[in-house]
Design a protein around this ligand. Sequence first.
Ligand SMILES: [Zn+2]
Length: 90
Amino acid sequence: MTAVSAPERTCIGCRRKRGRAELVRLTNEAGRVVPAHAGAPGRSAYLCPEQACLEAADKRRAFARAFRGPVVLDPAVHRAVARHTSDERR
Ligand SMILES: [Zn+2]
C-alpha cells in the first residue's frame, strides 16, 4: 500500500492528468454542460481552467463522449474557466 496521494483526474481537453483541485469539474444538467459544485452527484468530467483545453475538448466532441450523449456547452463553463485563470494570475 502506498501513501494516499492527491486524486488525479484527466482533462478532457488535453488528456493530461492533474490534481483534482487544479481542474474545473463539469457535469451534465439536462443536456447542458455546467460547472459542478463540490459533491454534486452524477457523471462528471474535468477540464483544465484554460481556454485552450476548453476549445480542444469542444472540437474533439469530448463533452458528448464524456457525458454519453449530445450536450451543449453552457456559457457558465467559459466563465468558470476565465475566473479560474484570472485567479491564478492574481
Ligand atoms: Zn487540459
